[in-house]
Design a protein around this ligand. Structure first.
Ligand SMILES: [Ca+2]
Ligand SMILES: [Ca+2]
Ligand SMILES: [Ca+2]
Ligand SMILES: [Ca+2]
Length: 251
């Protein structure tokens, strides 16, 4: 008489069945259990980029350094909306009302240490030194502003917050809150004080590797130059000025 059986594994292991025709009804069942666990979202990508330039004057600009090699056609979202302080997957989200640009890194691998400049970001004439831009323009405030880079499945569904920079510390109008982003000031996020207009990382660009550059990049007091005058501080002839320094970060 035919019979049917169903084996189900609910604990992340595997089930193997072996049947033999040597006797009329022999079933050998072998089960193995592994330590694998199920996940509902991709793991965070970590700090694969960091901000190394900020300009709220003129047409608004910023720069990112790649801390690891970025595969061709990497998509990174960039926004000046604020984070609500909750973790990704548990209500964490950006608010709305400001810009979200979509950066496609292009057909070539971006080498680790490459500095990518985003220019004229508040205008239709915006540009990027590698790849292409989609999404919205971004108008950067010279008073209180934060900019985030994140990975996601859409502009409104981040899966990993990669980097952040603010020009007036961590406030409701700059980052919102970094809680839940995995980033923190003085270690992985750049938090400049004073509501500055223009700033650039001027610290070491050799002697470290990958994320080991983050403590240097986040050390605003030692390694950043900033300016905050009534002039266009990106073009006034006093450092920091545009264009941003594109010298690569090397080991
Ligand atoms: Ca501006
Ligand atoms: Ca903002
Ligand atoms: Ca200014
Ligand atoms: Ca300047």
């Amino acid at each position: 008489m035919p019979f049917f059986y169903r084996l189900q594994d609910n604990v992340g292991g595997s089930v193997t069945t072996t049947t033999s025709t040597s006797t009329s009804a022999e079933i050998v069942i072998t089960t193995t259990t592994t330590s694998s666990t199920s996940t509902t979202a991709p793991p965070p990508s970590g700090n694969i980029v960091a901000f190394v330039g900020f300009n709220a004057d003129g047409n608004d600009d910023f720069a990112l350094v790649a801390l690891t090699a970025l595969p061709a056609s990497t998509t990174i979202y960039i926004t000046d909306n604020e984070w609500n302080g909750s973790p990704i997957g548990s209500g964490g989200a950006f608010n709305t009302g400001e810009g979200i640009a979509i950066w496609d890194s292009g057909i070539s691998v971006i080498s680790a240490g490459t500095v990518v400049a985003f220019t004229n970001m508040s205008t239709a004439g915006r540009g990027v030194s590698s790849g292409t831009l989609g999404g919205n323009t971004i108008s950067i405030s010279g008073n209180e502003e934060g900019i985030f880079a994140f990975e996601g499945t859409s502009t409104t569904n981040p899966t990993a917050i990669l980097a952040a920079i603010a020009n007036n510390g961590e406030t409701i109008n700059t980052f919102g809150s970094l809680a839940g982003t995995g980033l923190a000031t003085n270690s992985t996020a750049v938090s400049i004080a004073g509501g500055i207009d223009t700033a650039q990382y001027v610290g070491p660009r050799t002697g470290s590797i990958g994320a080991a550059y983050l403590p240097l990049i986040a050390n605003v007091g030692a390694n950043w130059q900033s300016e905050n005058t009534g002039a266009n501080d990106g073009t006034n002839g006093i450092p920091p000025d545009l264009p941003f320094n594109l010298t690569p970060f090397t080991p």
